[in-house]
Design a protein around this ligand. Structure first.
Ligand code: NAP
Ligand code: F7E
Length: 343
């Protein structure tokens, strides 16, 4: 039975991936930092917490990673562990860089030291493109990161390329564009919108406070995207692949679609920080701008071309952004007040 190690297993992608791999009979180990039981909520939600072998470890502690790899000797590693919140990377740039770059260096050096012949997936990101020049980003588009998060991930991305070429490590970098789900952390804008709009509907919140409504993202569904990363790590190819939908939606449109599913009639008025959204049915304000949610530097526009992974591995997105928003809104409605947090 193949042994798979997933770092960051308590996160959104870790949970979807563990569920997929367990259902195919793999032995799944999960690297996670010690923490309250709330961190394992996603695995508990899928009913798989007892099926994964959780190892408490720290990606930034080299000796801890070395001992873990020596003990497990995994055939396949998915490195998902990261400080993944872009806004937080401006507040904690050192820790973000430490986890997202030096953590990856630790992993690759431990693999080299132990001479493991394993496949590795590294979670690269569309944030590496940052201030984009191309209308649609491919594996060949220039990188121009706009945050400490983007820089840390770009450094790790290049490290993977260098270790693949120099030491023949079997590394694939997945350049994943934003992917969301009902298991997404509530600080990210999509789940913030769906969960807080449900609270507005239930009258336990007055309105949703948001930042830049004009930001445009290529949003896909996380369950589709973990299928792509599984395909990368179980193929013979070691390469870099964009995973995206090639469809774009602004934050404003995402809010509007979510509000309409909850039977609001959203009307936007005002400009910039004075913009509000009113429910035409009740005349109540359901969204306001809070400048605290503006980023020091913004990534305005991302749109990915998934042709390479489609022609090489046969992957394509299956869930549209509208279907995904429906899933997220339904989930938040059903689970309102049930204390399911997915932090
Ligand atoms: P997530 O929900 O934030 O999960 C990341 C996990 O990493 C968390 O469970 C976190 O655990 C863990 N972690 C953080 N620091 C760690 C450390 N020092 N040692 C061990 N574990 C640590 O992120 P996700 O959305 O599932 O994304 C998975 C990966 O893909 C991340 O690397 C992210 O940067 C990348 N990515 C995500 C997207 C997206 O749109 N979702 C797009 C492109 C790339 P704690 O609770 O202990 O912090
Ligand atoms: O922001 C704008 C914000 O925090 C999306 C991570 O998974 O995807 C994610 O990074 C956009 C930004 O995701 C609010 O300014 C407006 O333009 O949901 P987000 P992100 O920064 O794109 C990439 C691919 C990753 O790799 C990351 O790990 O929405 N926005 N108002 C807001 N964002 C938040 N969070 N909160 C707001 O109130």
């Amino acid at each position: 039975m193949k042994k798979v190690l997933i770092t960051g297993i308590f996160g959104q992608d870790g949970a979807f991936l563990a569920k997929r791999l367990l259902s195919q009979g793999f032995r799944v180990f999960g690297l996670a930092r010690r923490g309250g039981s709330i961190k394992s909520d996603r695995l508990r939600y899928f009913g798989i917490l007892d099926d994964v072998e959780i190892k408490n470890s720290e990606i930034i502690d080299f000796s801890s990673i070395l001992k873990l790899l020596e003990e497990i000797k995994p055939d396949v590693i998915f490195n998902l562990a990261a400080q993944s919140f872009v806004q937080d990377s401006f507040i904690n740039p050192w820790m973000t860089s430490n986890i997202n770059y030096f953590g990856v260096l630790n992993l690759y050096e431990a693999i080299r030291f132990l001479k493991l012949d394993c496949k590795v997936y590294q979670a690269s990101t569309s944030e590496m493109y940052g201030k984009t020049i191309d209308d649609v980003q491919t594996e060949k588009s220039p990188f121009n990161p706009q945050s400490p998060y983007g820089i840390s991930k770009l450094a790790a991305h290049h490290l993977g390329v260098i270790y693949r070429e120099t030491y023949k490590l079997k590394i694939s970098n997945g350049i994943l564009f934003n992917h969301e789900s009902e298991l997404r952390g509530r600080e990210f804008v999509t789940r913030k919108i769906t969960s807080q709009l449900v609270e507005v509907k239930n009258e336990s919140r007055d309105f949703v406070l948001l930042g830049n409504l004009n930001a445009v993202r290529d949003w896909g569904y996380a369950a589709d995207y973990v299928k792509a990363i599984e395909m990368m790590n179980f193929s013979e190819v070691n390469d870099d692949f964009v995973v995206a939908t090639n469809n774009i939606t602004s934050v404003r449109e995402f809010f509007k679609k979510s509000a309409e599913l909850l039977d609001f009639k959203p009307i936007f008025s005002g400009n910039n920080a004075e913009e509000i959204c009113t429910d035409k049915k009740t005349n109540k304000v359901i969204m306001k701008i809070d400048k605290n949610y503006y980023r020091p530097l913004e990534v305005d526009y991302l749109r990915g071309d998934y042709s390479k992974i489609n022609s090489t591995l046969g992957w394509k997105p299956e869930t549209s952004v509208d279907e995904m928003i429906e899933k997220m809104v339904s989930f938040d409605l059903e689970n309102y007040n049930k204390n399911i947090y997915f932090i």
